[in-house]
Design a protein around this ligand. Structure first.
Ligand code: WT7
Length: 632
């Protein structure tokens, strides 16, 4: 069923639109279903309610692992490349991974984990993280992975929102030259009143000292001691929750995006195999962290469903030097490499000497994800990394979409730098204007919406369905709204322009301006703040914070330092403002709303082209802000 030519893509696309249920049923049939579905799709975007493969029962890990044992039990499923390049890589065959997942699942079961329990995973990029994810799924428990760079406050918020029963963590996180005390962060979070937590499992990663709390904390190696290496999969309903993953929006605290079982399985497998044109036996490396959706769908589920060899990297692209990623490609003969534009730009800036001698003959396909890729970075990726012989797939999607939505098919769809090109089969896009009116034809621009469900569409936001409706299904009638603006060019190719809401994309990480403002406002001596994004050479967007202080600021550097420390404490280092400007006031409309348009212009350095400011409540403040703008 693989798509092998552009003509076939168009044919398959047409078929997927004409008969979506037939199309996806055919894709779903290759999997093990313990009970067949009665109806392929039931949906409405009003409530919203979307159900795929209704009535079907299955276990996704049976499809990721057991299904492959007879044919590729001895094939490598997972390669782990440690942070320290002098340490040996770890490898798991499908048989070994299956055994490890079963054994840990049995450990969890013995500790009382049952179907439907929410389990929070706060772990560095080790094989145990993937094993823990799959072990939860084995038991029908819902995993909620929290990126291990988030602060204790953020972790506590997510634990409370999900009412998690258990946290699985590690002692330390070895990232580049740093050794981050992950277990300590968990202890700090749990001291903030996470009373649903009964147990904490701690994986010994670096072996550094940690404090174990009696009756609550258990070592991973003790949890699996004596446990059997086979574990009957818990059979769940196709629409039972598989996982929660928190992501930022334009308002309030991050929301828990919920994905369910069958649809997510069918879609991640389909997109993995077709977008990358995966060939049997290939090594696939996605450099994302499992803490983000990219890691869920294309480090763990997609590749394992397809029976591929997936590589997991513990470290960072610049350690011990900016040639590290290329060394890993050569060391493990990576065929498909999937990364973020921010990493490409950082390595490009480090200089060509780090890539020159590294030939990387194994590479066949390159991918990017997370943010718009600029032409210069695209060209460098193509010429220096791919040596002009590897197609690049610029893949657009979101936490809420579960899998890739707009992308070339590697080597099949003719590419253009900066274009995600065409929708995948089953994806029905619509560009709309501010009134929700569809913009037809080509060479047009609008807000990117989707008019028909695909199997891995967000089902709800955990504990607050209305918020899901509000955020994605209320802007335009009968449409899922992505929050992105896009252009459809003369060839019908899509180019993503970026967010049209108050979300900024820093190094491919999604950060809500409201969240950062809330954090800044907690700093001592801060009255109010406004945060906007601005173009940043490496990160794509940087964070610019305008801050009103309670009184005269004696020591500006110390004041700004306090603001930074507060953001790190409340959210984590990824949300640290790049620029802070202390301002006497913020431009507001007569109804008291901050005029972000003006603040964005100033942050972009476009200080003399602010448009109409006469409707402001306090136009005089604009002059002050303009004068004090932080350049460079
Ligand atoms: C937002 C989603 C999808 C996994 C990583 C991010 C932006 C994503 C692209 C791309 C331009 C992109 C969008 C989107 N985005 N991929 N190829 N070109 N922009 O997931 O954290 O949910 O963020 O990332 O703005 O809405 P996420």
């Amino acid at each position: 069923m693989e798509i092998n030519s552009i003509e076939q893509y168009h044919e398959v696309y047409q078929h997927s639109i004409a008969d979506p249920e037939g199309f996806w049923a055919e894709r779903a049939e290759q999997f093990i279903w313990r009970k067949p579905w009665k109806k392929v799709l039931k949906w409405n975007f009003k409530t919203p309610s979307v159900k795929w493969f209704v009535g079907g029962r299955l276990n996704i890990t049976e499809n990721c692992l057991d299904r492959h044992l007879a044919t590729r039990g001895a094939q490598t499923a997972l390669i782990w490349e440690p942070n320290d390049p002098s340490r040996k890589a770890r490898k798991f065959t499908y048989k070994q991974l299956h055994a490890a997942v079963c054994q840990f699942a049995n450990g969890l079961k013995a500790l009382g984990v049952k179907k439907g329990d929410r389990i929070c995973l706060y772990m560095p990029m080790t094989p145990e993280l993937s094993i823990a994810v799959l072990a939860c799924a084995r038991l029908g428990a819902v995993h909620s992975v929290v990126f291990a760079g988030f602060s204790a406050v953020s972790l506590a918020d997510r634990i409370k929102d999900a009412q998690a029963k258990m946290v699985i963590t590690s002692d330390y996180n070895a990232r580049g030259p740093k050794n981050i005390p992950v277990k300590q962060v968990v202890d700090d979070a749990l001291a903030m009143g996470c009373d649903t937590i009964e147990k904490v499992i701690v994986h010994q990663n670096t072996g550094g000292a940690v404090q174990m709390k009696a009756d609550r904390d258990i070592w991973w190696h003790d949890a699996i001691k004596g446990r059997r290496k086979s574990c009957k999969p818990t059979i769940v309903d196709t629409e039972d929750m598989l996982f929660i993953l928190y992501t930022s929006g334009s308002t309030g605290k991050p929301k828990g995006v919920v994905h369910t079982q069958g649809g997510y399985m069918v879609y991640t497998d389909f997109t993995f195999r077709n977008v990358f044109q995966y060939q049997e036996g290939e090594v696939f490396w996605c450099t994302a962290d499992v803490g983000w959706i990219t890691g869920h769908s294309y480090i763990i589920y997609g590749p394992l469903l397809a029976g591929a060899t997936t590589l997991m990297f513990e470290g960072i692209p610049t350690y011990p030097n900016p040639g590290r990623l290329w060394d890993v490609v050569n060391r493990h003969k990576v065929n498909i490499f999937y990364t973020a534009p921010t990493a490409i730009r950082a390595l490009m800036a480090a200089g060509d000497q780090w890539i020159k001698g590294r030939r990387m003959p194994s590479l066949r396909v390159l991918g990017t994800v997370g943010e718009p890729i600029n032409e210069e970075a695209w060209n460098w990726y193509n010429e220096r990394v791919g040596k002009k012989r590897c197609p690049i797939v610029d893949t657009w999607w979101q936490t809420e979409t579960g899998g890739i939505m707009i992308s070339p098919l590697a080597g099949i769809t003719p590419t253009k730098p900066c274009f995600a090109t065409l929708p995948l089969p089953g994806v029905q896009l619509s560009l709309v204007d501010a009134n929700g009116k569809e913009i037809h034809g080509n060479d047009v621009e609008g807000m990117l919406c989707i008019k028909y469900p695909w199997p891995s569409i967000i089902r709800t936001t955990y504990g607050d369905h209305e918020r899901c409706r509000q955020a994605y299904f209320s802007s335009f009638k009968n449409l899922y709204f992505t929050g992105d603006g896009a252009r459809r060019d003369a060839d019908g190719y899509y180019r993503i322009i970026g967010r049209v809401d108050d979300v900024i994309n820093v190094s491919g990480h999604r950060i809500g301006t409201a969240e950062v403002e809330d954090a800044i406002n907690k700093a001592p001596g801060v009255v109010e703040s406004a945060v906007v994004g601005y173009p940043h050479d490496i990160k794509g967007q940087g964070i610019y914070a305008y801050v009103i202080a309670a009184g005269p600021v004696q020591n500006e550097a110390a004041f700004k330092q306090l603001v930074l420390e507060t953001v790190v404490r409340e959210i984590g280092p990824i949300a640290k403002p790049d620029k802070i400007q202390i301002v006497p006031g913020l431009p507001k409309t007569r109804s008291g709303k901050i005029m972000r348009r003006i603040l964005r212009k100033i942050a972009e350095g476009d200080v003399f082209n602010l448009g109409d400011t006469s409707t402001l409540l306090n136009p005089e403040v604009v002059e002050d802000i303009r004068e004090g703008a932080v350049g460079g």
